[in-house]
Design a protein around this ligand. Structure first.
Ligand SMILES: Cc1ncc(COP(=O)(O)O)c(C=O)c1O
Length: 309
């Protein structure tokens, strides 16, 4: 007798196979690119948007087994889902502390990425209420204009460090706007703003580089790198050969195979950007409805140009 899962697979319009070995190899490659300069920089994984559509509750433990120690998600519910399968690892929630969610963060041992003084004050109040120090990440906006402490809030923090009383600083971080354009002067400007802030606020590790930022060189690495897109095969070096392995293959019910490219999920502030998958080229009947997702544990992709079977 076939199992319900077998039946679902038989009826599926398309089957997507995620190669966990490829994602793990991509993480190792990014970690090693950061360490090439000889500094012991750590490498986290960004699992936002359900690990860019590849399944955060499966990808997270695979990367933890590979040696990844810190994880970022966009939304608190993603953090709660990940905590169920990763009981020990730090999990940082990029969207920060939304009003009334303090108890949920504490209950699930999640760390909010604090994006402005209001969130900082609310988290401090929570630390008092729960009568224990709580971990916090401070996100500095050095030019993204999306999330993070702006110049005034950042200065207020530098002027009055006591605003952090009751909190344990896990990390200072900022996000690069255009790291995939190495010649863009905004990279250097953001680096310089972030450096000044970190210098004025010693006492916590720092993190600036996303996927492409890792390839801007050791100045951008600080203590922790935060790749997302490149883990899932998106080229961090546009215009050059893609050093990443493709982690997904989609098989249509008709047995025709299409390559699925992972595209960047929408900004962290937009809820609901869950599955960042797009068929390439689009099939005649349009985007296949991927109703069955499989994960392969074998590292079956051996080179960037040979797609997973
Ligand atoms: C704050 C933050 N850090 C890191 C990343 C990962 O960036 P990338 O996917 O370009 O590696 C993201 C993704 O949007 C992000 O929002």
């Amino acid at each position: 007798m076939s199992s319900p899962a077998d039946d679902a697979t038989r009826r599926a319009g398309a089957i997507l196979t995620i190669d966990l070995g490829a994602i793990a190899a991509n993480w190792r490659g990014l970690r090693d690119a950061g360490r090439a300069s000889g500094r012991p920089v750590d490498c986290a994984a960004v699992l936002k948007a359900d690990a860019y559509g590849t399944g955060l509750a499966i990808v997270g433990p695979r990367l933890a087994a590979e040696g990844c120690r810190q994880f970022f998600v966009a939304h608190i519910d993603e953090g709660i889902e990940l905590r169920r399968v990763l009981p020990e690892h730090p999990i940082y929630v990029l969207n920060g502390l939304l009003a009334g969610t303090e108890g949920d963060f504490v209950e699930h041992d999640l760390t909010p990425v604090l994006n402005h003084l209001g969130q900082l004050n609310a988290w401090r109040a929570a630390a008092q209420r729960f009568n224990r120090p709580l971990d916090a990440v401070i996100h500095l906006d050095t030019g993204m204009n999306r999330l993070g402490f702006g110049p005034e809030d950042a200065q207020a923090l530098v002027n009055e460090r006591g605003r952090l009383r009751g909190l344990r600083l896990a990390l200072f971080m900022s996000h690069l706007v255009a790291s995939e354009e190495p010649a863009n002067p905004i990279n250097g400007e953001q680096l310089s703003r972030f450096r000044s802030f970190v210098k004025a606020m010693p006492g916590a590790p720092a993190s600036l580089a996303n996927s492409s930022g890792i390839f801007l060189g050791p100045d951008y690495h600080f203590d922790l790198m935060r790749p997302g897109a490149a883990l899932y095969g998106i080229n961090p070096l546009p215009g050059q050969a893609n050093p990443m392995l493709p982690p997904s293959r989609c098989k249509l019910a008709s047995s025709r195979s299409v390559a699925l490219t992972l595209y960047r999920p929408l900004a962290t502030v937009v809820p609901g950007a869950r599955r960042g998958l797009r068929a390439s080229p689009p099939s005649a009947s349009g985007m296949p409805t991927v109703t069955s997702v499989h994960w392969s544990t074998a590292a079956s992709c051996t080179s960037p140009n040979s797609p997973c079977p």
